[in-house]
Design a protein around this ligand. Structure first.
Ligand SMILES: [Zn+2]
Length: 264
């Protein structure tokens, strides 16, 4: 039985236990989410390496009699310093970490590598983004996370009449009617075009631009999506819908969402 192991790992969170020890939650592309103990005291260099949002390679010892995993070494190769310096980025990265810790992003083996790529890609994007781009990046992350969980609603067509929301000509000519609204219908777990939504209750409005953006996220490449315009009203409506969806679909009460209220 091999009780020592090493793996690529991302530090999701760190919390102090006892006098000077920490429990670290990691994400690994092979093992998913797991906790390991960082014993305090002498090794301050190791402690600074094992900080939230750092990723690199970790060495661990699985102590089966104590049912705990101990961190023996960690070599961080990606530090992402702006995630600790910018308030919005700190809140968004902390929320993403809590989301991963509490939902595990699907637990099938093939999903772990997708989860690894999605989360690290999101944090790398945050690190390099302006504040405004970081906010839009968080919405793209939430939308893709819903897909990983298998609960992303179909954004490509109206759930009632089947009308396609994304016509490629519209997107590339930036042709859409900003005054026109489409809607998310929680009861149908799908989107409705403005005609099918007429007279219905309890729908979440989305601008046509926002509807095209979500459809584009499912149909176009990331570089094509980043070229699409997103006006303030579209951002706000997508924001409200996506945070509502992530909470209702996971059934989780997120501490970091309460802490980041007014910032996220
Ligand atoms: Zn329709």
């Amino acid at each position: 039985m091999n009780r020592s192991f090493s793996t690529d790992a991302l530090v999701l969170s760190s919390r102090i236990i006892g006098e000077d020890n920490r429990i670290i939650s990691f994400l690994s592309p092979e093992r998913g989410v797991f906790d390991a103990v960082l014993y305090g005291g002498r090794k301050s260099k190791l402690r600074s390496m094992v900080s939230p949002f750092h990723s690199g390679k970790g060495w661990f010892y699985n102590d089966e009699t104590r049912h705990s995993i101990k961190i023996t070494d960690f070599e961080a190769t990606n530090f992402r310093p702006s995630l600790r310096e910018n308030l919005y980025k700190t809140c968004a990265a902390s929320f993403a970490s809590e989301l991963v810790i509490k939902t595990h992003g699907g637990t099938e083996t093939e999903e772990l590598s997708q989860l690894w790529i999605l989360v690290n890609g999101f944090l790398d994007g945050l690190e390099l983004s302006s504040d405004e781009d970081a906010r839009l990046g968080t919405l793209r992350f939430l939308w893709r996370y819903l897909s990983l969980l298998g609960v992303q609603p179909d954004s490509t067509e109206c759930a009632v009449c089947g009308r396609q929301f994304l016509k490629s000509d519209d997107v590339f000519l930036h042709k859409n009617n900003d005054n026109m609204l489409e809607y998310y219908d929680e009861a149908r777990h799908g989107f409705l075009c403005h005609e099918c939504a007429a007279g219905q209750q309890n729908l979440y409005p989305l601008t046509e631009e926002g509807m095209q953006y979500l459809a584009a996220l499912s149909l176009l490449s990331p570089s094509e999506v980043r070229k699409l315009p997103v006006h303030a009203d579209t951002y706000q409506k997508m924001h409200d819908l996506l945070y509502t969806l992530i909470v209702s679909e996971t059934g989780v009460k997120f501490r970091t969402l309460d802490a980041g209220e007014g910032i996220l």
